[in-house]
Design a protein around this ligand. Structure first.
Ligand code: FES
Length: 284
C-alpha cells in the first residue's frame, strides 16, 4: 500500500504522480522504473522514474493516459492509496563521462529522460536535449531541462518553434551541426526506433529505454521478452536500456500489439460501466 502525495495533469493527456515511497527512494537510480497498480483488480503498470526526493520520501513518475489502467491512475487524488508500488526495478542507465550526449525524448519520455540527463550533466558531460511534441502546448518541464542542458532543441509539428518536423529530421540536423558522442532516446517505440535509425549511418552509440508489455517486472513471466542482437533479453531485468542499433524492432512492434483488441474492449467497458459508477461515488 502506498499513498498518493500529488497527481496532476502536466499537459493534455500526460500526468505526473508523486507517491510516498520512503523505502524505494533510498535506492532509486536514473533509468529505473516502478510497477504500480491503480486498484486491487487493476493491471500492473511499469512507469519510469522521472524524479525522487529523499527528504520527502517520495518518487515521481510521468505517464500518458492510453488505456483503462492509466485512466484509473489519472483519476487518483492526493491522499488516495494504491495497493501496489514496487521498485526500483530494472538496471540503472549507464552514467559515465562520454563527452557530448544528446537526450532525445517525447511524450511520457520527457519526464523519464530527465533524471538521466541530470546525472549525465553531473558526470561532466555536455548535455543537449531534444524534446518532441506534436504542438507547443504539449511540452512540459522546459525550465528543468534548460537548467541542466547546454543546448535545448524542440521538434514540433505546429511551427511554433520554427520547425515542423518529427524528431528524426531535427535529430539529423542537430547531428550535422554538433559532434555528438552518444544519444539516449525515450518515448514511444516509434520515436526510439526512428532515432536509432537516424544515428545508425553515423555510427553514434544510441541507447533506448524500451517499454514492452510487462507483468511481474522481475524476470519471471517472460512477457517483456525481446531480441537484442543474437540474444533474448528481458526488458525488466536486463534493461530497460538497450543498444538501439541491436534491437529487433519488428518483433518489438509486433509483441506490443498482442493485447490491442482486449485493451480496446477493456477501455469501452470502463467508459460504459465503471467510470459512471466511480464518478457518482466521487460526487457523494
Ligand atoms: S515483466 Fe515478466 S519477465 Fe519481465
Amino acid at each position: 500500500m502506498a499513498k498518493i502525495i500529488d497527481r496532476k495533469r502536466l499537459v493534455p493527456n500526460i500526468h505526473m504522480i508523486e507517491i510516498s515511497a520512503p523505502d524505494i527512494v533510498k535506492r532509486c537510480k536514473p533509468g529505473q522504473f516502478v510497477i504500480l497498480m491503480p486498484d486491487e483488480k487493476g493491471e500492473r503498470i511499469p512507469l519510469s522514474l522521472a524524479d525522487w526526493d529523499e527528504k520527502r520520501g517520495s518518487i515521481t513518475c510521468v505517464f500518458m493516459v492510453v488505456g483503462t489502467s492509466t485512466q484509473k491512475l489519472s483519476r487518483l487524488r492526493s491522499g488516495d492509496d494504491i495497493p501496489v508500488c514496487v521498485g526500483p526495478l530494472g538496471k540503472p542507465a549507464e552514467i559515465s563521462k562520454f563527452g557530448t550526449v544528446l537526450c532525445a525524448a517525447g511524450c511520457y519520455g520527457i519526464g523519464a529522460i530527465y533524471p538521466i540527463a541530470r546525472a549525465l550533466k553531473q558526470a561532466g558531460n555536455t548535455v543537449m536535449t531534444l524534446v518532441d511534441a506534436k504542438a507547443n502546448y504539449l511540452i512540459y518541464w522546459e525550465d528543468r531541462f534548460k537548467e541542466i542542458s547546454d543546448k535545448y532543441f524542440v521538434s514540433s509539428r505546429d511551427g511554433f518553434f520554427d520547425c515542423k518536423d518529427y524528431i528524426p529530421k531535427v535529430l539529423k540536423d542537430v547531428l550535422k551541426d554538433n559532434k555528438i558522442d552518444r544519444v539516449i532516446s525515450i518515448g514511444c517505440t516509434y520515436l526510439m526506433y526512428t532515432c536509432s535509425e537516424a544515428t545508425r549511418p553515423l555510427n553514434i552509440d544510441t541507447y533506448v529505454h524500451l517499454n514492452p508489455i510487462m507483468v511481474d517486472g522481475t524476470g519471471m513471466c517472460g512477457a517483456c521478452r525481446l531480441k537484442v542482437g543474437d540474444s533474448t533479453q528481458f526488458a525488466c531485468v536486463d534493461g530497460p536500456e538497450f543498444d538501439g542499433h541491436l534491437v529487433d524492432w519488428n518483433e518489438l512492434f509486433y509483441r506490443r500489439k498482442s493485447y490491442f483488441n482486449d485493451e480496446i474492449r477493456s477501455l469501452c467497458y470502463w467508459e460504459r460501466e465503471e467510470k459512471p459508477r466511480k464518478m457518482t461515488k466521487e460526487k457523494r
